[in-house]
Design a protein around this ligand. Structure first.
Ligand code: NAD
Ligand code: GDD
Length: 390
């Protein structure tokens, strides 16, 4: 593990080359025209602030001197609100009125809220997530405009890319222009691509600077690790802790991905928000690995080397990697934390979670050696009529 740089979140990983440790202060110093009145802090709203990435971004912005308003329809599982924000609002962000309340007076708005998960969620929940995410994305953007926010960050995804370019596991890297002509692999990617376009149109028509990051599979401590919404890094960490005789991998394991550790995601998101880059940017590493090799790497963090059992499951695309030419050009930086370092930290954290559960309740460890697929339910849609406007 490298010792250069700064340990952003106390994870013990210090290999991100930081241009400025305190990006918020550097931004304010360089943009007097966008700074709040003297004595006032930059006020920031983080939609989805109760979630994995949103809570990290909120926590970092608070540490950098911003006044942070976090909004989510659930509280963060692992931190109390005061650990990552000044105000926490338990609101349904599909509703414009709620979005307006939480963005009131905010200079910057980050939208990290989405009905979201890995392949065990996205492919089996298309209708509900299409509705929910479309409503959130449109209403957070419009609320930011109505409240006169200066900048808006949208968390898009590598799922926007054309699936025809992701059939070969030897993916050479997806460059930003490859999202068009559009043919995303699932409804989630299409909804994200449309929300990107809407945000870019707002930037053209209104005095709102829009920044769009296309995240490539983000992982780390405090991410979802069980229940079916978890992505493969957390699923493999959990299996590495729980499996004793064999290690289950959905598909033939030849499918490839690149993965970004949370510290790189936080740093890159804030750096992009404060940049002059008005086009969507990949935010991911270009360290591509196939799922069988990834399973072995995860097992290695627990000192195991079990036989792999390839089982049927939802697969997504066959090959995906980030082309980082554009981000290096625009930001002079790219994510760099290695999968090996990031996975060690993440697997250690999931191991602790499992131990904590075992200490408080009887535990069926065997169930953690397998992954669930989430069955679609309409409860969030049905709730719209009843309780959404807080
Ligand atoms: P997450 O599920 O941990 O966070 C999303 C948050 O949004 C959750 O806390 C959820 O409760 C909240 N939310 C959902 N619907 C809501 C509603 N109607 N009202 C209020 N809050 C609502 O997921 P994450 O990994 O932190 O993802 C953050 C963003 O990044 C999402 O937009 C996601 O699509 C995007 N993204 C993530 C990844 C990844 O690998 N984690 C990859 C690509 C894109
Ligand atoms: N989740 C999961 N769980 N995936 C597994 C498992 C398992 O136990 N075993 C093998 N896989 C395989 C999947 O079949 C898929 O081929 C690959 O690992 C990656 O799965 P995910 O991590 O669930 O999703 P993804 O990389 O296809 O897409 C994720 O990243 C996108 C951004 O890059 C999702 O989180 C998307 O929402 C996100 O936008």
């Amino acid at each position: 593990m490298s010792t250069n740089g700064v340990d952003l979140n106390g994870h013990g990983i210090k290999n991100t080359p930081y241009l400025s440790e305190n990006q918020s202060q550097a931004f304010l110093a360089a943009h007097a025209d966008e700074a709040p009145p003297a004595g006032k802090k930059l006020k920031v709203c983080v939609g989805g602030g109760g979630g994995f990435i949103g809570s990290y971004i909120a926590k970092r912005l608070m540490a950098e001197g911003c006044y942070v308003v976090a909004a989510d329809w659930k509280e963060n599982e692992f931190m109390k609100p005061q650990e990552f924000c000044h105000e926490f609002h338990n609101f349904d962000l599909r509703i414009l009125e709620n979005c307006k309340k939480v963005t009131d007076g905010c200079h910057h708005v980050y939208n990290l809220a989405a009905d979201m998960g890995g392949m065990g969620f996205i492919l089996s929940n298309q209708s509900v997530l299409l509705y929910n995410n479309t409503m959130i994305s449109f209403n957070m953007l419009e609320a930011a405009r109505q409240n006169g926010a200066k900048r808006f960050f949208y968390s898009s995804t590598a799922c926007v890319y054309n699936e025809d370019l992701q059939k070969d596991p030897e993916n050479p890297g997806l460059a930003e222009h490859m999202a068009w002509p559009a043919k995303p692999q699932d409804g989630y990617g299409l909804e994200k691509l449309y929300a990107e376009e809407m945000a870019l149109a707002y930037a053209q028509d209104f005095p709102l600077k829009v920044r769009v990051a296309r995240y490539h599979n983000v992982y780390g401590p405090r991410g979802t690790w069980k229940g079916g919404r978890e992505k493969v890094p957390a699923a493999f960490c959990r299996k590495a802790c729980a499996s004793e005789t064999e290690f289950e991998v959905w598909g033939d394991g030849k499918q490839t991905r690149s993965f970004m550790f949370i510290d790189d995601c936080v740093h890159g998101s804030i750096k992009l928000m404060y940049s002059d880059c008005g086009i969507p940017l990949n935010l991911g590493t270009d360290e591509m690995i196939d799922m069988n090799a990834f399973a072995k790497l995860a097992m290695g963090t627990r000192g195991k080397d079990l036989p792999i059992k390839n089982v049927p499951g939802p697969l997504g695309v066959m090959g995906r990697n980030s082309d980082n030419t554009m981000i290096k050009e625009k930001l002079g930086w790219a994510p760099s934390i290695s999968i090996k370092d990031g996975m060690q930290v993440t697997c250690d954290w999931i191991h602790d979670q499992i131990q904590q559960e075992a200490a408080t309740a009887s535990q069926d460890l065997a169930k953690y050696g397998t992954s669930e697929v989430v069955v679609q339910k309409t409860d969030t849609l049905d709730a719209l009529d009843r309780k959404s406007v807080v």
